[in-house]
Design a protein around this ligand. Structure first.
Ligand SMILES: *Cc1c(COP(=O)(O)O)cnc(C)c1O
Length: 356
C-alpha cells in the first residue's frame, strides 16, 4: 500500500480502529471506567476514555484536525463560548441553531458578552460586523433557513480583526464541507445528527487544527465536565462508519423530492442549498396547512432533530424560540434513507389533501 491520503469513505470505515494483530477486536470496545491505575496518561474518567479516543480519531481524520468529544452538541458550543472574554463581541447568524442563539442571548442578558446577529448571506454586513469581534460564529447552511455563508471572505475579515472563526458543520458534515481546510479555527458538530445517524445518541464534538487551541479546549472539557458516556461514543462511532452511505442516499432522495415539491401547488417555496439531506418547504396556506401536513403522513415522522436514517419533519415556528423571520408555514424536512418513491407517495397524498 502507498502513502497516498485516503478518501473520505475509506477514512469513515478505517480510521480509529485498534491495531490489526492476532486476536485484537476489529472495533474498539466500550471501556466502562471511572478511574484508571495511576501512573499512565489517563488517570480519571473525566480526562479520557479509549472509546472516546477511537471516535475522536475517526472524526478527526474526516475533518482534518484534532477532535474533542462532548456530551452533546450544545456542550461543545458552550465550551467554546466560555472562552470569550468578559464584554467581548461575538458575531453570529440570526438564523443559527436556536440553542446556540439561546446561549448567546443568555450570556448577553447576564452582561457576559455582546452578541451581534447578522444575515449570513449579506457578506458585506458580516465583514463589517467582524470589526472589534473576538469570535465569529458561522453556521452554513443555517438552520432552518438553509442560507450559505461566504466562509473564506468572512474568515479573512475575522482574522484581520484578531477574532477566532468557528463553523458549526452539523448540516454539511465533513463529507460535504471541510472548514478546517478553509483555515477556520474550530469546527463544531452535533454528532447527534448525521454522524451518529440513528436518532439514538446525543453527542457533540469540537475540531481544530491548532495544537494550542486543542490544549485549551481539552482543559475546558476536563474542568467543565461535559463528557460523553463510553456507550454513546461507541454508538456514534458505529454510526460514523456508514455516514458516507447515509449522506449520499439522503442527499439523492432530497434532490428528487426538491424537484417534485417545487411543482406541487400546496408548496410556495422550497429552500435547498444544493447538497445534503435537509429541505425547508413553505406551505402556500401557511401555519395551519404546515401543521396539518406534519400530522397526516404515515412514513414521515413528526419530530424535531434531523440526520437520522428515518425521514422526519416539523413546522419550525411551533417553537417559541424560532425567529419571526422564519416563515410561519416553513416545514423543515430531514430526508432519510428510505426508498424515495415511498417517501414521495406519503408526502404527495398528504399534500394533495391540502389543495382545495
Ligand atoms: C442539534 C444541533 C445542535 C445542538 O446539538 P445537540 O446534540 O442537540 O446538543 C447544534 N447545532 C446544530 C446545527 C444542530 O442541528
Amino acid at each position: 500500500m502507498t502513502d497516498k491520503p485516503l478518501r473520505p469513505a475509506t477514512l469513515a470505515v478505517s480510521a480509529g480502529r485498534p491495531t490489526v494483530e492476532p486476536d485484537a477486536p476489529l472495533n474498539t470496545p466500550i471501556t466502562m471506567a471511572s478511574t484508571y491505575v495511576a501512573g499512565g496518561d489517563v488517570e480519571y474518567g473525566r480526562y479520557g476514555n479509549p472509546t472516546w479516543t477511537a471516535f475522536e480519531d475517526a472524526l478527526g481524520s474526516l475533518e482534518g484536525g484534532r477532535c474533542i468529544s462532548f456530551a452533546s452538541g450544545l456542550a461543545a458550543v458552550s465550551t467554546i463560548l466560555d472562552l470569550v472574554g468578559h464584554g467581548q463581541k461575538v458575531v453570529a447568524p440570526r438564523h443559527a441553531y436556536n440553542g446556540s442563539i439561546g446561549q448567546l442571548a443568555d450570556l448577553e442578558a447576564r452582561g457576559r458578552i455582546v452578541a451581534e446577529l447578522v444575515d449570513i448571506t449579506d457578506t458585506a454586513a458580516v465583514v463589517a460586523a467582524c470589526d472589534g469581534a473576538s469570535l465569529v460564529w458561522l453556521e452554513s447552511p443555517t438552520n432552518p433557513a438553509l442560507e450559505i455563508a461566504d466562509i473564506p471572505a468572512i474568515r479573512d475579515a475575522a482574522h484581520a480583526a484578531g477574532a477566532y472563526v468557528v463553523v458549526d458543520n452539523t448540516f454539511a458534515t465533513p463529507l460535504r464541507q471541510q472548514p478546517l481546510a478553509m483555515d477556520v479555527d474550530m469546527v463544531v458538530h452535533s454528532a447527534t445528527k448525521y454522524i451518529a445517524g440513528h436518532s439514538d445518541v446525543l453527542m457533540g464534538a469540537i475540531l481544530t487544527g491548532d495544537d494550542q487551541l486543542y490544549d485549551v479546549l481539552k482543559k475546558r472539557r476536563d474542568l467543565l465536565g461535559a463528557v460523553p458516556g463510553p456507550f454513546e461514543a461507541f454508538l456514534a462511532l458505529r454510526g460514523l462508519r456508514t455516514m458516507h452511505l447515509r449522506v449520499d442516499r439522503s442527499e439523492h432522495n432530497a434532490k428528487e423530492l426538491v424537484r417534485r415539491l417545487e411543482e406541487h401547488p400546496a408548496i410556495s417555496e422550497v429552500r435547498y442549498p444544493g447538497f445534503g439531506g435537509i429541505i425547508s418547504a413553505v406551505l402556500a396556506q401557511g401555519a395551519m396547512a404546515a401543521d396539518l401536513l406534519t400530522h397526516k403522513t404515515k412514513l414521515w415522522i413528526h419530530a424535531t432533530s434531523l440526520g437520522g436514517v428515518e425521514s422526519s419533519f416539523e413546522r419550525r415556528r411551533r417553537w417559541k424560540m424560532e425567529p419571526a423571520t422564519i416563515p410561519d408555514g416553513l416545514v423543515r424536512m430531514s430526508v432519510g434513507v428510505e426508498d424515495v418513491e415511498d417517501l414521495w407517495d406519503d408526502l404527495r397524498t398528504a399534500l394533495d389533501d391540502l389543495v382545495v
